[in-house]
Design a protein around this ligand. Sequence first.
Ligand code: K1U
Ligand code: ZN
Length: 187
Amino acid sequence: MSILDIRVLGDPVLRKPTVRVNEVTDELRTLIADMFETMYAAEGIGLAAPQVGRTERVAVVDVEGQKFALINPEIVETEMPLEKAEEGCLSIPDIYGDVDRPTRVTIRFIDESGNEREEAGIALLGRCFQHEIDHLDGKLFIDYLSPLKRRAALAKWEKAKDEYPGNIRKVRTEPAGAHNDPDVAEM
Ligand code: K1U
Ligand code: ZN
């Protein structure tokens, strides 16, 4: 398995709609395994294919042990009211904003075994399903912010984006216990 580079805001791949998958192959399962590994290394709860430079309609999610590989996911039902909560994005590091989303969603997708499934998600799981499906449609959480908050988020990003040459975020793995330890050399 491999940890993949994450594409950050400014990379056109994040704005391209994805292409539906026709067949669940071993190559696709390898991509999914790599996406899970990358998501865990980056300490995220979800990751969509465009975030690793791919155009397949595929995402992975793990919210509190509820783990899903989502192939061709679609939202089939949403339940109101809207609920506001803070979101971040592995492709826009250190930028956060409140997003209103339906409280509960039902999604339909194909799993890694090729079976069609439906799952309902509330709270963080429902939010994560929506955030990842948005990625697959070229949409980012900052698109939901008010003009004022979006401008502030983009101004903050302008200052930070030079840390990511080529719009690439290298995800590092840390040996256990190395986090914030100045005596442990960076890998
Ligand atoms: O797709 C991504 O960019 C991953 C993103 C997913 C997400 C975050 C917040 C709400 C909905 C979806 C992240 O995982 S960013 C990391 C993060 O914000 C987070 C991590 C652990 C618990 C809660 C949030
Ligand atoms: Zn995101």
